[in-house]
Design a protein around this ligand. Structure first.
Ligand code: SF4
Length: 352
């Protein structure tokens, strides 16, 4: 994966923020309009990509407001067992297989850890070639060189904390004393396990996806959604994200309004005394071995929860597949049993 910088003009960001700040009811109307527009533009040749609670809610939303027969497509096998249970209850679903197993992507490519963007940069540092020398220089220093218009101090630079742990392969070139991790890091999991199988399904069937992505989740996803908008009709990608302008509160409210089945891993949707909605257990889910965002997730973090719900699987990832060593290396506690204190929601912004 090549690390990229998405440039978004300031006015576009401001316009998007205004949409994000609209009242819930208006945002729902807006999402309906966008979803319908996409459906009409593609003459109904669409499907809904289904994973966790957000996209389960999207499927119900589309079936209620756009077309009751919209097909759900999921790579369900990657999800937590309680999410898979909900997928099985939904009708008109297609279940796809990942092209590589979770074990295979870790063995062949590396661990998905920290964030997708940073994992991409670390992967480049760990796999130096002449071709990626300019981008590696930008990752090390923030200077973009001839191809990037000689900009300095750009966000391409990997934060110091991660340079310290991962930039060892560049020590000779920069006279630094960084560490070299004894494992590989990679953001490629999504491509082999989710994107490619879903893309191939879409191409083979001449269909285009709706996705439950929201810019408020942050990271690269936020930039891409602000830049490309809810509906995007590109040369290689055509997709609709009707919830792009939603905040977490909106999706939870909509899940309640649509009486969406909430997989057990999330617990329940509850309203705090100040009116804020939250799920009582996981806030978001992904593959059971996903490490994106783990370093900023308070305990009990996702691996603590996995230990509770599926001890065998937890043991497998932590000890047999080396996840424990990766977490130790980046300073995330996992082996000591988590002692529950006052309940606190886990918030993390840059997973996936
Ligand atoms: S949820 Fe995490 S591990 Fe799974 S495909 Fe997405 S980024 Fe990779």
């Amino acid at each position: 994966m090549a690390a990229t910088v998405t440039y978004v003009p300031q006015e576009q960001i401001e316009r998007f923020r205004e949409l994000q700040n609209l009242p819930y009811e208006i945002k729902v109307q807006y999402a309906m309009g966008k979803a319908q527009e996409f459906y009409d533009a593609l003459e109904g040749k669409v499907f809904c990509s289904v994973g966790g609670l957000d996209s389960i809610t999207l499927l119900l939303f589309l079936r209620e407001h756009v077309d009751p027969n919209i097909r759900g497509v999921s790579i369900s096998v990657l999800e937590d067992k309680t999410v898979r249970g909900v997928h099985k209850q939904l009708d008109n679903m297609v279940f796809l297989k990942p092209y590589k197993s979770k074990v295979q992507v870790i063995r062949e490519h590396g661990y998905p850890v920290i964030s997708k963007e940073k994992a991409g940069k670390i992967q480049l540092l760990q796999n130096p070639t002449e071709k990626n020398a300019t981008v590696r220089h930008a990752i090390m220093t923030g200077e973009t060189g001839a191809y990037g218009g000689y900009r300095k101090g750009t966000r391409m630079k990997l934060p110091k904390k991660w340079l310290e742990l991962f930039a060892g392969p560049e020590n000779e070139r920069y006279g630094t004393n960084y560490q070299t991790a004894p494992f590989r890091v990679s953001p490629d999991c999504c491509y082999y396990m989710k994107e490619k199988p879903a893309d191939d399904f879409a191409k083979q069937n001449g269909l285009y996806p709706y996705m439950g992505l929201m810019a408020s989740e942050g990271g690269q996803r936020e930039k891409a959604l602000i830049k490309n908008g809810c509906n995007y009709y590109g040369k290689t990608v055509t997709r609709s994200c009707p919830f792009a302008i939603f905040q977490r509160q909106d999706i939870l409210q909509l899940a309640l309004d649509l009486e969406a089945p909430v997989p057990e891993i999330y617990g329940e949707i509850v309203r705090d005394s100040d009116g804020t909605l939250r799920t009582t257990k996981a806030q978001r889910t992904g593959c059971t071995m996903c490490g994106f965002g783990i370093h900023i997730e308070p305990r009990p973090h996702r691996f603590d929860r996995l230990r509770e719900t599926n001890y065998k699987e937890w043991k497998f990832w932590m000890y047999d597949m080396g996840w424990g060593k990766v977490l130790d290396y980046i300073g995330v506690h996992w082996e000591n049993e988590y002692e529950p204190g006052p309940e606190q929601p886990s918030l993390f912004e840059e997973a996936m």
